[in-house]
Design a protein around this ligand. Structure first.
Ligand SMILES: *[C@@H]1O[C@H](CO)[C@@H](O)[C@H](O)[C@H]1NC(C)=O
Ligand SMILES: *[C@@H]1O[C@H](CO)[C@@H](O)[C@H](O)[C@H]1NC(C)=O
Ligand SMILES: *[C@@H]1O[C@H](CO)[C@@H](O)[C@H](O)[C@H]1NC(C)=O
Length: 557
């Protein structure tokens, strides 16, 4: 007869085995969730009812928060769109992918430029596509298009894991409103006078040099042609920004140029609804990334929303954004996709756009919704990052995160479910371009979150704004750095006197040590946002109905 302890031993082994068999079976039985990501453009933390706004009406987004998990301490990796979007898609700080600016220009300014998210980067779209998902991007991209040759599409969404694309390949800007606003001229009001003066001085100088016999006639002609060419380049560029940059694509085709902005949001919504219906019909798991053009300028508001909000055209845009989000959420429910779908709503940067590491620029509203997988009506105050989406989606779809590179995001699914109560991140590193402007620290105990700030933006005296766009290179170094406690002082208004308290000193010491560690691994990749890359390269310019560069999307007209 088997003795009792041996029997117990076998019993335990058997039960353990059975437990794992059950676990594996139950995991296989759960179909992998569909994923919908909705990304607003420039939507601030305080613009939504569920984040405390009392005068803007956002009932649909508020409802999503009531039915899901609201993240009150969610962070974008940058305070401007291209780097922030690159980090969201790759789970990595933008310095690792090269999507960080190298000078004053902080984002791609032209479709016909030579920079973008390098094809070697792995986006969550690539991961999900490999896992058998259908993947679509509808809306703004702003991470490059072609690199070396006309339509080589090296940086295009269809080469970054999406198998359907409809949207604005660059970004919305003021100029597209057709109301006379000029982004470049508001930055440099005397630009044209300067260019004209330089041209005239140039021509006169060449002529005088020729008269004095210092240059011959051939050189005079060459120089004159050259500066005239430069003059035409700039005028062509500045006078045609809308034609050159307001380009809507379906997959690799230009379908509209310039974009009819007024109907853009509702077209994105119809494309989204159509996609959901198709996936409902074919039953394949899907990733639908809706990258809304709202609430970035220019504001061309359709009449259903025009003048309806309490905050002018900006408010109208927020309310239209809410409407679109509601349309998608209703379809998810009416198509019964809610049983197995996870929706993530956020914004690429906060209201304090471009202000380096200031929380107003990087702390963004976020909601995660999944009636099946997550609790409802929960607020999660732990700090989390947009870079967490890639590892979290990898986990949910039984995929591996790339192992050959550093991924800065972390799987936050347990935190969202409430199984974990503390953020998996101890430290967050906040960059402006390639320079580290601040560190955030979430100790493993207590509730407090600390921020150590090394640089502040080049604010105008007494104000919290810069002349135009805050520049990373002109930021002021704080010596010594300033320490804030964000739970009690989210507005970063009360720097603490570090030397007055032993605990503060210990906290700062640990943050400086983490900085050193981080910097060892954070070697900036070659920048994709250099002057050479972001300038306008005519040979890369997309144009429908050449040479008119003018067409309308026939699907919607
Ligand atoms: C609501 O949003 C508007 C527009 O951004 C803003 O002006 C207003 O201050 C916000 N209200 C609150 C209570 O945050
Ligand atoms: C959500 O929670 C709040 C308080 O935590 C409560 O007042 C509200 O009624 C709840 N809403 C729903 C839809 O359960
Ligand atoms: C900071 O605290 C130290 C030690 O208590 C004190 O000597 C110093 O004056 C304080 N500095 C300021 C700016 O209050």
């Amino acid at each position: 007869m088997m003795d009792k302890s041996k029997f117990n031993h076998y019993l335990v082994m058997f039960l353990t085995l059975e437990y794992f068999v059950n676990l594996v079976c139950s995991m296989n039985n759960v179909p992998r969730p569909n994923i919908i990501i909705m990304l607003a453009d420039d939507l601030g933390y305080g613009d939504l009812g569920c984040f405390g706004n009392t005068s803007l009406r956002t009932p649909n987004i508020d409802k999503m928060a009531n039915e899901g998990v609201k993240l009150t301490h969610h962070l974008a990796a940058a305070s401007v769109c291209s780097p922030s979007r690159a980090a969201l898609l790759t789970g990595r700080y933008p310095i690792r992918s090269g999507m960080y600016p190298d000078g004053i220009v902080r984002v791609n300014l032209f479709i016909a430029n030579r920079g973008g998210l390098p094809p070697s980067e792995v986006t969550f779209a690539k991961i999900l596509k490999e896992a058998g998902y259908k993947t679509a991007l509808i809306g703004k991209w702003h991470l490059g298009m072609s690199r070396d040759h006309y339509n080589d599409f090296v940086f295009h969404p269809l080469n970054h894991g999406f198998d359907y694309y409809y949207g604005h390949i660059l970004t919305n800007v003021k100029d597209f409103s057709g109301e006379g606003d000029r982004v470049l001229l508001s930055l440099l009001p005397n630009l044209y006078k300067g260019i004209a003066l330089a041209y005239i001085i140039g021509i006169i100088t060449f002529y005088l040099l020729f008269k004095k016999g210092l240059i011959n006639k051939t050189l005079l002609v060459i120089l004159t042609v050259l500066v005239t060419f430069l003059l035409s380049y700039f005028i062509l560029l500045f006078e045609n920004l809308t034609t050159l940059n307001s380009v809507l694509m379906r997959n690799f085709d230009v379908v509209e140029q310039p974009i009819q902005l007024e109907s853009l949001m509702s077209r994105y919504v119809s494309e989204g609804l159509e996609y959901l219906q198709q996936r409902k019909n074919d039953g394949s798991p899907f990733l639908l990334f809706l990258s809304w053009d709202r609430v970035h300028t220019a504001f061309k508001i359709p009449k259903e929303f025009r003048g309806k909000s309490k905050h002018g055209r900006y408010g109208d845009a927020v309310e239209e954004l809410d409407w679109g989000t509601g349309q998608i959420m209703s379809a998810v429910k009416s198509l019964e996709l809610d049983k197995n779908t996870l929706v993530y709503f956020t914004s690429d940067n906060g209201g304090g756009k471009a202000q380096g590491a200031v929380d107003g620029g990087i702390r963004v509203p976020a909601i995660v919704w999944s009636p099946k997988l997550l609790p409802s009506n929960i607020t999660q105050d732990e700090p989390t990052s947009q870079m967490d989406i890639l590892p979290t989606l990898s986990y949910l779809t039984n995929s591996d995160v790339p192992k050959d590179r550093i991924i800065d995001g972390k799987n936050i699914f347990s935190l969202l479910k409430g199984d974990e109560v503390i953020s998996p991140h101890q430290y967050f590193f906040h960059y402006c371009g390639s320079s580290l402007h601040a560190i955030r620290f979430r100790p493993r105990t207590g509730k407090k979150v600390w921020k150590l700030v090394f640089y502040e933006p080049d604010y105008l005296p007494g104000k919290q704004e810069c002349t135009f766009i805050c520049s990373c290179s002109k930021a002021h170094q704080l010596n010594p750095p300033e320490l804030f406690e964000l739970t009690s002082n989210p507005g970063e208004t009360k720097p603490l006197n570090i030397s007055s308290n032993k605990d503060y000193e210990i906290i700062v010491e640990s943050m400086l040590k983490a900085k050193q560690e981080h910097e060892k691994s954070a070697v900036p990749a070659e920048s994709q946002v250099t002057f050479y890359k972001v300038m306008w390269w005519p040979h890369l310019q997309p144009c429908c109905n050449f040479p008119y560069c003018s067409c309308k999307d026939t699907k919607f007209t």
